[in-house]
Ligand binder design. Structure first.
Ligand SMILES: Cc1ncc(COP(=O)(O)O)c(C=O)c1O
Length: 346
């Protein structure tokens, strides 16, 4: 099987893990400090706080912004379930809006929903690694006064107009789960450029004068993250190269992913659309290609959230499928995937 995602580690990670074991400093040490500093620098923001998962990062972001009983939070119809579950866990009330052709929040609906529901927070997701319309969303935030939490769990290294995902909103939330472009095994981070936001985040993760959680990562995770971060740009570039080959090969037979103008896609997933999706998927899996549907549900269906009409997401949900695009694919594997997708779509 050619796996849909595949983390790869080198001698460098092995040596770092041995060094940590021998140092006996297995948590709250130099690697965690280093990772936080390096990740913030990479994004071009002042603060990054590593935590134990992306779900926890989203939850803490919402609590840091004061979300509590009855506060509305806008989320897109297409995402992983943690996006909406974080809202429920924070005691907020999610309102689901439709997506646009980039699989991210539809800006027109965001404005309609803001007028109707006065949300405290809008939570765009950079789905599959493609940037949401952050410029438009931040303009609406200035006009209407809501906070913005970016769910950047799938978009490490994606950017719009030169600014990285996770550096646009009031707070960014990342996941470092094993399958992500920057994997630690498990892990997450909150990012912000704003000192007052950083203060509010610290209250939820440092024990002291406010009830807090222990959400720390170990030195092992931080070391893996720090070493993976050094290779992120090159590995994302390889993803883009593979995606460019796919776009050229599939442009006439399926709807290929588009990226917003002046943006860089991180291609966490390479997602196509085709009306005969299910038959194609079955055929690719028979041929040893781990193609999958992200996601077979819309967020409003999971826990019965209120939502605006979502005709685009409803159509896309029946047609999307993702194929391997990870940077460890060989040219021969890319050729094989291209040949098989073309023959399965015929
Ligand atoms: C869009 C999105 N949001 C949130 C999460 C939650 O991250 P984690 O699995 O690290 O809790 C994930 C991934 O797993 C995700 O893909």
């Amino acid at each position: 099987m050619i796996n849909i995602v595949e983390p790869v580690f080198s001698q460098e990670e092995k040596e770092a893990l041995v060094e940590i074991i021998e140092s006996h400093q297995i948590t709250r040490g130099k690697w965690t400090r280093r990772f936080n500093e390096e990740f913030a620098r990479y994004l071009g923001v002042k603060y990054a706080f590593s935590v134990c998962s992306g779900t926890v990062a989203l939850f803490i972001a919402l609590k840091a912004l004061g979300v509590d009983k009855g506060d509305k939070v806008l989320v897109p119809a297409m995402s992983f379930m943690a996006t909406i579950d974080a809202v429920y866990l924070a005691c907020g009330e999610p309102v689901v809006v439709d997506v646009d052709e980039y699989y991210t929040m539809d800006l027109n609906q965001v404005e309609d929903a803001v007028k109707r529901f006065s949300p405290k927070v809008v939570m765009p997701v950079h789905l599959y690694g493609g940037m949401a319309d952050m410029e438009g969303i931040m303009q609406l935030s200035d006009r209407y006064g809501f906070y913005v939490v970016e769910d950047a769990a799938q978009s490490h290294g994606a950017s719009l107009k030169g600014r990285k995902s996770g550096a646009w909103g009031h707070i960014g939330a990342f996941s470092f789960y094993a399958s992500k472009n920057l994997p630690m095994g498990e892990g997450g981070a909150l990012t912000t450029d704003d000192e007052s936001m950083a203060q509010r985040i610290r209250k939820w993760i440092d024990f002291g004068d406010h009830p807090a959680f222990n959400v720390r990562i170990t030195e092992f995770q931080a070391a893996i993250g720090s070493i993976q971060l050094k290779h992120l740009e090159d590995r994302n570039e390889r993803r883009r190269e593979i995606a460019a080959r796919y776009n050229e090969a599939f442009g006439d037979i399926a709807i290929v992913p588009r990226k917003r103008e002046s943006s860089e896609h991180a291609f966490h997933l390479y997602t196509l659309r085709h009306p005969k999706r299910d038959a194609i998927l079955e055929r690719l899996r028979e041929r040893g290609i781990d193609a999958r549907v992200y996601y077979p549900y819309l967020l409003q269906e999971l826990r019965g959230a209120q939502h605006l009409p979502t005709p685009t997401a409803e159509k896309f949900r029946k047609e999307v499928f993702s194929i391997p695009v990870h940077p460890y694919l060989s040219e021969a594997q890319v050729d094989f995937i291209i040949k098989e997708v073309i023959s399965a779509s015929a």
